[in-house]
Design a protein around this ligand. Structure first.
Ligand code: GTP
Ligand code: MG
Length: 378
């Protein structure tokens, strides 16, 4: 229900954007993707198994729909990557969902060897017969941009090298990076001998037209589409619409109260100091540890969103009123994120920092897609 409101408000906001209309001038599908899609399609014929990497936060929206018909005819494992950023309480429902579709799937974290090890075991199981009978096997890793294909390949390669230390001479590494579009060419990595098993890293590819605005926004929010394509402000507005309609900030009440208590203590300290009028006590300056700083800012953000939402008297189901709340939240976020009013383009800065916190998981784990309802008679 909430999702529908979020969708409506977004249709309104994005209605005049080129990608909302779905066709014509598509500027968010970079030139190299068309060529990459053709290259992937031609290699797919040769692949013995495909690891389709998706983002755990959007298990359906991160599927490349154009590739699905081909993939469903192949041996396929869906790796739901970045599980560290996804809500573990909902993840199991997705595993059940894919299970009910008879689709192998495994939530993983490409930076964790043990979780990639499990994926490898599943891959080996599915290739068991082929491993026994064929001299060479090809495993393709595909997926939309920035889902962690190359990070996964590096982890697989590392595990393989420790199994076959003689292979370690060639320290070939796939390039990994925080922005979409890092891998531009298909590259092979040998991970086993007898049979020879090659894993192919591929460039992330999107479909040329994203049929539904919300899918596009989710892809932008999780970093599959360059921010500049949709604009940081719109992505942040979308995130706020999602959080508010789900009432997520209401769970941050304790954070808010703790911060209030903290402020109270600080005031008490100050009063002490004034009354006694003694030599100033040495104040312990916060160690400028980045981690602590970021955690602190994230809590300020959660607190700001809690208080704006809990004080909001409007109707969240009304898109105009939801928009008013989101505007108030932009103001509150600016303060929480310590962005000066004088700053040029303060709104864009607010949006950027807010998105950075979300993407790093500092606002908590999320799953943005809804699990489809499976009718049991299928
Ligand atoms: N939190 C988290 N971050 C991850 C995980 N896997 C990859 N990343 C990060 O996600 C970003 C993208 O990783 P890449 O491996 O470059 O993604 P890719 O799918 O190869 O991207 P393209 O080559 O652009 O298609 C990097 O910043 C990685 O460090 C994961 O499991 N959890
Ligand atoms: Mg890559």
């Amino acid at each position: 229900m909430g999702g529908n409101v979020a969708q409506k408000i977004l249709k309104k906001q994005l209605g005049d954007m080129s990608f909302a209309t779905g066709g014509g001038t598509i500027n968010w599908f970079p030139g190299h993707m068309a060529a990459a899609t053709r290259a992937i399609n031609s290699r797919l014929k040769l692949a013995d198994l495909v690891i389709e990497v998706r983002d755990s936060r959007i298990p359906l929206s991160s599927a490349n729909q154009d590739l699905q018909p081909r993939l469903s005819t192949k041996r396929r494992v869906i790796a739901l990557n970045k599980k560290d950023l996804a809500n573990p309480n909902i993840m199991h429902k997705w595993v059940d969902y894919f299970g009910s579709c008879k689709q192998d799937c495994l939530p993983i974290n490409a930076h964790s060897r043990s979780s990639v090890q499990k994926l490898l075991e599943l891959v080996e199981l599915k290739l068991k017969e082929k491993i026994a009978n064929e001299p060479t096997l090809l495993v393709m890793v595909i997926g939309v941009p920035n889902v962690g294909k190359s990070a996964l390949i590096n982890c697989i390669h590392q595990i393989a090298s420790s199994r076959f230390p003689e292979q370690e001479k060639k320290k070939k590494q796939a390039k990994v990076g925080p922005l979409p579009g890092v891998t531009q060419d298909i590259a092979g990595f040998k991970i086993a001998q007898r049979p020879s098993i090659y894993v192919l890293d591929t460039p992330g590819v999107l479909v040329p037209t994203i049929s539904d605005i919300e899918t596009g926004l989710k892809l932008a929010l999780t970093g599959s589409v360059k921010d500049s394509v949709v604009g940081e402000e719109r992505i942040a507005q979308y995130l706020l619409a999602v959080l508010n309609t789900r009432q997520t900030p209401l769970h941050w009440r304790n954070v808010h109260n703790d911060i209030l208590k903290g402020l109270q203590n600080e005031n008490d300290d100050k009063r002490d100091y004034n009354l006694k009028d003694l030599l100033p006590k040495r104040r312990v300056l916060p160690v400028a540890s980045n981690v602590h700083y970021v955690e602190g800012i994230a809590r300020e953000v959660q607190s700001a969103l809690y208080s704006t939402l809990s004080e909001f008297r409007g109707d969240l189901e009304d898109e105009n009123e939801l928009e008013i709340l989101i505007e108030e939240q932009f103001v509150a976020l600016q303060k929480a994120l310590k962005i000066s009013n004088k700053a040029n383009e303060a709104r864009v800065m607010v949006a950027k920092k807010f998105l950075t916190l979300f993407r790093a998981g500092k606002l908590g784990p999320f799953i943005l897609d809804d699990v489809p309802i499976v009718t049991s008679n299928s």
